[in-house]
Design a protein around this ligand. Structure first.
Ligand code: G6P
Length: 622
């Protein structure tokens, strides 16, 4: 997830671009850049590592004039976050500059071909391939920029929202999209500008709303041509003219930043189907029924000879690690231990060179997790990272790893990063199992097929549990909650309880359901809500017995069941349904109603959902 801004008109572009970048910083903030064409026709590019403020400081005293420009705030996917990899990127001749949000999946192949044709690359990004390809198409076919963009986009695979400047055409701005958002703002103040038109571009409407509420949402595989005379032409990749669908924006700025949701947490809960699609994109292939994780392919021998895996993490990441343990042991037949990083680092753990230590961390900055892998490294272990933030301290300290690609998570309570981590660990388990041949071909293909279906099943879960808001309000009275699950759903119970604690400040505990009888059952009375994850899978009958034990002590049952299951539904006071899936993948679906319930309980109690008291998104102290 990155942020794109663009402008063409009569005003100075730079202030509009910078203001827009600040508004899009929630989409990414590891580096930023701008590109303008000035009166003399010079195409400039300024870029800097860090937040937009760092970019502003770096352009002081430089010529930032021009009434056409593009800008970008980056959330790295390919290539470390530094100035070299920041956008905009020049083409070889420096006639073109381009910004991009998305992932070009076939960039390696394209880069090799372009290098053979003499193109020299300045960065490690997939984006630079795009701008070089456009230049190559322009020269090869002797065509205009619009056609070159169109032809290039037919060749690339993946997701993109782009904006392109051409110093030979300072009166034209080109933009296109597929799978990544891009909005065109059509200037309203033409009379104030002596009748001259202006157009704005934004990844969302926040950089645009101040200037105009007339917008066109670019659709997949559409390319837009905008010029100073007010022409807006949109075609698809096949060059078929499209009628721009002009809409009037009704939302205010704050609503827009959160995508119309009242809180980032709710937005991030709803983002999960797409976040997971991004997480598996380019790694799981539906056609080949295969998995490609470069971290495993490059270090195949390490994984083949591994004696055991130790996963170190904190908080929500520790819960995803526990699900990862169950899966990796089952699929790849390697013993896995899960450690709280804060404990591990101060013990004297036995670690050998045949151990693989995996750090799981959304932020990649958690001090305890970082210290744990530093210790493991000193003891000779091979270190693998599963992080969301590209180029973060943990990502840099590891030997290799897998990024989540779920986009920045702003809400303090982790939601999409949790399901992203679980998915990354599933992919890791599958990739190791493939190398070790510990799964039959049928089982391997079935697990891949089913994982590919999870984003759609998540969507279903979000759409079919709308009444969670209504009945969450009933539980604001509760002082305690118990969450129960077995097998893969025990960590889900832990995570459900943590979510509720974090944002509603209600005390909650997660237990393996069968442990109830060893103590916690003494807590049950008619006041106690008990959340049970009870899918019609593996230990279903045993969980049903556990529910009966609670019912007979008058506890209130809130259950998560497989769609159509009436047995548990009839025993429950409230019930959430999830679609049927493999046992191991249930956590990815069951987590969703629990996240929603925590959210709505906290909202009903008037809590600050996105910034709960005493908590921080990234804990860089011990
Ligand atoms: C903090 C956050 C949690 C997170 C934990 C670990 O406590 O509030 O949401 O799970 O840190 O963070 P990490 O970035 O390492 O996943």
């Amino acid at each position: 997830m990155c942020g794109i801004v663009g402008y063409i008109g009569v005003q100075q572009a730079y202030p509009i671009l910078i203001k827009g970048l600040h508004r899009l910083e929630y989409r990414g903030y590891d580096s930023a850049g701008v590109s303008m064409i000035n009166e003399e026709g010079t195409l400039s590019v300024f870029k800097e590592k860090g937040k937009v403020a760092a970019l502003e400081a770096s352009v002081e005293g430089k010529d930032i004039s021009g009434t056409i420009g593009i800008a970008h705030t980056r959330w790295a996917t390919h290539g470390e976050p530094n100035a070299k990899n920041a956008h905009p990127h020049y083409s070889q001749s420096k006639n073109l500059s381009l910004v991009h949000n998305g992932i070009i999946e076939n960039y390696k192949t394209l880069r090799t071909k372009l290098e053979e044709k003499g193109f020299e690359f300045q960065s490690d990004t997939d984006t630079e391939v795009l701008v070089q390809l456009i230049e190559y198409q322009e020269e090869k076919d002797n065509c205009d920029l619009y056609t070159a963009v169109q032809r290039s986009l037919k060749i690339v695979e993946g997701a993109y929202a782009i904006a392109v400047l051409d110093k030979r055409n300072p009166d034209v701005l080109i933009a296109a999209r597929k799978s990544s958002p891009l909005i065109i703002g059509v200037g309203q103040n033409n009379h104030e500008n002596n009748g001259q038109a202006e157009f704005f571009l934004g990844s969302d409407a926040t950089p645009i709303i101040e200037y105009t509420n007339q917008v066109v949402y670019l659709k997949d595989e559409e390319i837009a041509y905008m010029d100073r005379d007010g022409h807006l032409r949109i075609t698809n990749l096949a060059n078929v003219e499209q009628t721009p669908d002009m809409q009037t924006l009704q939302m205010n700025l704050d609503e827009l930043e959160k995508g119309g949701f009242p809180h980032f947490m709710l937005k991030e809960i709803y983002e999960q189907p797409n976040a997971l699609r991004n997480c598996i994109r380019g790694r799981l292939s539906i056609e080949e029924k295969d998995i490609k994780l470069s971290g495993i392919i490059d270090y195949r021998e390490k994984f083949l000879s591994a004696r055991r895996i130790i996963i170190c993490a904190c908080g929500t990441s520790w819960h995803s690690a526990l699900i990862g343990k169950y899966f990796i042991e089952e699929a790849a037949q390697i013993p896995v231990e899960v450690e709280y990083a804060s404990e591990f680092r101060y013990r004297n753990p036995v670690i050998t060179a045949n151990d693989i230590v995996i750090a799981v961390s959304q932020s990649g900055e958690t001090a305890d997790t970082l210290a744990a892998i530093q210790l493991a490294k000193e003891k000779g272990a091979f270190i693998y990272g599963i992080c969301n933030v590209i180029g973060s301290s943990i990502a840099r300290a590891t030997d290799t790893g897998t990024y989540l690609h779920v986009g920045p998570e702003i809400g303090v309570a982790s939601t999409k990063a949790f399901t992203g981590q679980v998915t990354a660990l599933f992919m890791l388990g599958l990739a190791i199992a493939k190398e070790k041949r510990t799964l039959s071909d049928d089982m391997f293909h079935m697990l891949i097929d089913e994982l590919l279906m999870i984003p759609d099943k998540m969507q279903w879960t979000l759409e079919h549990n709308k009444d969670v808001e209504k009945f969450s309000q009933i539980f604001t009275y509760a002082k305690n909650f118990i969450y129960l699950g077995r097998g893969y759903n025990y960590p889900v119970a832990l995570e459900g309880a943590l979510k509720l604690k974090e944002i509603s400040y209600i005390h909650a505990e997660g237990y393996p359901a069968a442990e109830m009888k060893h103590g916690p059952i003494a807590l049950i009375d008619e006041e106690m809500p008990v959340v049970v994850i009870a899918p019609k899978k593996g230990m279903y009958d045993k969980v049903v017995s556990n529910i009966q034990e609670i019912k007979s002590r008058k506890g209130k049952i809130i259950s998560v069941v497989t769609e159509g299951d009436t047995t548990v539904r009839d025993m429950s006071d409230y019930c959430f349904e999830i679609p049927d899936t493999r046992d191991c993948y249930v956590p990815l679906l069951a987590a969703i109603p629990l996240q929603l319930m925590s959210y709505y309980v906290a909202v009903a109690k008037g809590r600050n959902v996105d910034q709960p008291r005493n908590l921080a998104k990234s804990v860089t102290v011990e």
